[in-house]
Each structure stands twice: as structure tokens, then as C-alpha cells.
Ligand binder design. Structure first.
Ligand code: ATP
Ligand code: MG
Length: 396
């Protein structure tokens, strides 16, 4: 799927400089304030297990000058791997979890926003999921956020004594963060807060309208949630979440993917101005969503040929045949426990092997055997010579 979008893989270390995460994600966010696995290494460097994928990718982009003329523009990468957050473990919330994410660095075209969102939706469609919703909002540009911040402070300061202690602390440093609070005592305050969408300036508003128009052209349904702010500070303009409302979740929606535009982050980490867009999806949440929608996870590659060993004297012949068939690009299984032939045939059957090949004294004497198609019982006589040189032709 990612190849169809011309997105290539990037791998960053599981450790990251603490500062890279603190400066990108923001030190008033839950991730930085409470959830970091950070420590000092033997060289007294402040490092952390990475809690998310965007900041490390941007750090690498700047450090390795991936904005140079020899790299494609925009620079499109995906990552896949473990992330670490010190959270209270519960269903769909782990301390080591896995994310697949995509980052597109170096374009302010709203088509990037829309195509990247479409890619995430395609991913879930390919897995066979049906019950998910795209939720959209815009945080606007710096000027829009400053205007919104004023309005937010005017609303929040008089009722500060009713807020959670976390939110009181955020009031001075980063009032927008309060809108992302999960504390029960903040919920009513959050619901009645002034909406960012009312404070978008002309440019930001036009950008958001274009994104919505492009989604409509692609017939991608969405809902706008003006209270959504996302748990990371680096976003501006378009932000989105994909929520699953699989019947198996019993009415509560679960966020399976989240992302948005981050136009200032590359500069913030010392690179050139690079408008960018990305998302991260939680793999464990996808797995429980597949379960909630009753979708079976496809089995790994099927066994093409099961080679059964009728007795000890056939051991070396089996060894040679199995290796030769694997080299000819077949997926081959055999017995290693010296079990009776009957038990081996049972295993071949249970594991849905496509063909069965039994090797015993007779076969060795004849230097030939019978390939049996398990589903139909069809039997194909083959010589060892044919099997080791042209198995592909015989089985095609
Ligand atoms: P939440 O509001 O659920 O805490 P978040 O805003 O912290 O999510 P992001 O940082 O945007 O989440 O991460 C993107 C996705 O990664 C989430 O939508 C979710 O699917 C997954 N995710 C985040 N934290 C965890 C976790 N602790 N365990 C498992 N999956 C997670
Ligand atoms: Mg979180």
C-alpha cells in the first residue's frame, strides 16, 4: 500500500535525545510531562525511549540533511516499530506498543493532507475494517492560534478554581492543552470553551475549506469536531483522528489513528522551513478492532509441500529434497521429531499443506516418489532428479 503512494521506509533508533521529544511534542503535554521513559546514560546524556515517531523522523531529516537536492520532494517515509509511554496499562493502552506512521516532509499543498489521510483510510479498508469514521479539525496558523488563545484565556481565567490541578498549570504555559484534558472535572469546561474554528483567519480558513473540498471530491466522508486539539504541540492547520466504532466495542469509539500538519517543526529542530504532514496508528488497537469486527487475521504463508520421512534410512534423502525445494522457492515443512508416518501425515493435513511427498526405502531405491495434491488426491509421479531441478515446472 505504501509503495503505491511512493512512500519508503525509515528506521530511527529506539532511543532519542530527551530534548528532541520535549521540544517537539511540548513539555506541557501528557507525553512529556508524565509518560516519558527517560534517563541519563553513562555519558550523562539525557535520553528517552521514543514515545512517538514524528519527532525522531524530523530529527533524522535535519541531522542527515534529507532536504538536500538528491532526495525526492516532498520526502515521504513510513516507520513501523515499538513506542514507549509510561501510562496506566489497560485494554488498548500499553507501556510498550507499536505504531505504523507516515511523514510527508516539504509540501504545504492541501493535497498532501488529503492523500495522506486517504492512505490511512485505505490501510484500514485493505484490512477489511468497515466501522470507522474520519474526524477532522483545524488549528489554523500562528496568528489564528494567538487570537484563539486570547479568547480561551478570557474564558478560562475566571473559572480557573474549578479546573483540575494539571489544567491550572497549563493555563499559564499552554491553555490550548486544557482542551485535551481527560480529567472528569474539566469535561464541562472543555465542552463550552470557545472553538478554534471561530478564530481562524482568512488564510487558515481557506486552507481548511480546500481540504474539505478535496475530501468531498474523493468522496471521503468526515465529521468536523471543533474541540479536538490532539495530544501533541507541534500541529497546525489540519488535524485528524480515525475512530473505530466497531460493534464489538459496545458503543464506545476508539482512536485507531491520529495525525495532522506540522509546518513549524523542522525549523524548530534546526532545519529549513519545511511544511509537513503525518500520522501514527496504533497496531494493538488495530488488532483489537479486527477482533471487534470479527475479521480473521490471514495465516502466514501456506505450506506448499510437506515432505514426510517414512523411516530413518530416508533421513538424508529428505534433508536434500527439502533444501532443494526451498531453494526453488517453495515453502516446505517436514518432521524433526522422528514421529511415525501416520502422525506426519496428520500434521500435513492439519497445516493445510498443498502437496504431500512421502520418502521411504522404495522411493530411495527408485529415485522417484509421488507428489500428492492434498485437496483432490491427485497423484503426480516424479523423479528425484526432476524434483531437484524443475519442481516449479511440475507443479505449475
Ligand atoms: P490517547 O488520546 O488514546 O492517549 P494519543 O493522543 O496519546 O492517544 P497519539 O500520540 O496521537 O495518541 O498516537 C497515535 C495512536 O497510537 C493512537 O491513536 C493510538 O491508536 C495509539 N496509541 C497511543 N498511545 C498508546 C498506548 N499507550 N498503547 C497503545 N496504543 C497507543
Ligand atoms: Mg495518550
Amino acid at each position: 500500500l505504501f509503495a503505491n503512494y511512493q512512500v519508503t521506509e525509515i528506521r530511527t533508533p529506539l532511543f532519542e535525545h530527551y530534548e528532541v521529544i520535549a521540544r517537539s511534542v511540548g513539555d506541557t503535554t501528557d507525553i512529556v510531562a508524565k509518560e516519558m521513559y527517560d534517563f541519563y546514560d553513562k555519558g550523562k546524556r539525557h535520553v528517552t525511549l521514543r514515545p512517538e515517531g514524528t519527532a525522531p523522523v524530523v530529527r533524522s531529516y535535519v541531522e542527515n540533511k534529507l532536504y538536500g537536492p538528491e532526495f525526492p520532494k516532498p520526502y515521504k517515509v513510513y516507520y513501523c516499530g515499538p513506542m514507549f509511554r509510561y501510562e496506566r496499562p489497560q485494554s488498548g493502552r500499553l507501556r510498550q506498543f507499536h505504531q505504523i506512521g507516515v511523514e510527508v516532509l516539504g509540501s504545504e499543498n492541501p493535497a498532501v493532507d488529503v492523500e495522506t489521510i486517504a492512505m490511512a483510510l485505505d490501510f484500514y479498508k485493505k484490512l477489511g475494517l468497515k466501522y470507522f469514521t474520519l474526524v477532522l479539525n483545524s488549528l489554523g496558523d500562528k496568528a489564528s492560534r494567538a487570537a484563539h488563545r486570547e479568547a480561551l484565556l478570557a474564558y478560562l481565567v475566571p473559572i480557573a478554581d474549578q479546573m483540575s490541578s494539571d489544567s491550572k498549570a497549563r493555563l499559564v504555559k499552554n491553555p490550548l492543552r486544557i482542551l485535551d484534558s481527560k480529567a472528569p472535572e474539566d469535561q464541562e469546561i472543555v465542552a463550552n470553551a470557545p472553538s478554534i474554528l471561530s478564530y481562524l483567519n482568512e488564510e487558515s480558513s481557506a486552507y481548511f475549506e480546500t481540504v474539505k473540498k478535496m475530501l468531498a471530491v474523493l468522496q471521503i466522508p468526515y465529521v468536523v469536531d471543533a474541540t479536538m486539539v490532539r495530544g501533541l504541540d507541534y500541529y497546525n492547520h489540519t488535524i485528524f483522528e480515525i475512530m473505530s466504532n466497531a460493534p464489538g466495542f459496545g458503543g464506545t469509539a476508539t482512536t485507531i489513528c491520529a495525525g495532522g500538519r506540522y509546518n513549524g517543526l523542522v525549523e524548530e529542530l534546526g532545519g529549513p522551513a519545511t511544511p509537513s504532514f503525518g500520522f501514527g496508528m496504533g497496531i494493538e488497537r488495530v488488532l483489537i478492532t479486527l477482533e471487534a469486527e470479527n475479521i480473521e487475521i490471514p495465516a502466514p504463508k501456506k505450506i506448499d509441500i510437506y515432505v514426510a520421512c517414512a523411516n530413518d534410512t530416508a533421513e538424508l534423502a529428505v534433508l536434500k529434497l527439502v533444501q532443494s525445494l526451498r531453494e526453488q522457492d517453495f515453502s516446505v515443512e517436514r518432521d524433526y521429531l522422528r514421529r511415525k508416518l501416520k502422525a506426519q501425515l496428520k500434521t500435513a493435513n492439519k497445516q493445510n499443506a498443498n502437496y504431500l511427498l512421502v520418502i521411504g526405502e522404495t522411493e530411495i531405491a527408485m529415485q522417484a516418489a509421488i507428489l500428492k495434491k492434498m485437496t483432490t488426491g491427485e497423484e503426480i509421479p516424479v523423479s528425484f532428479a526432476e524434483l531437484t531441478t524443475q519442481a516449479k515446472k511440475i507443479l505449475s
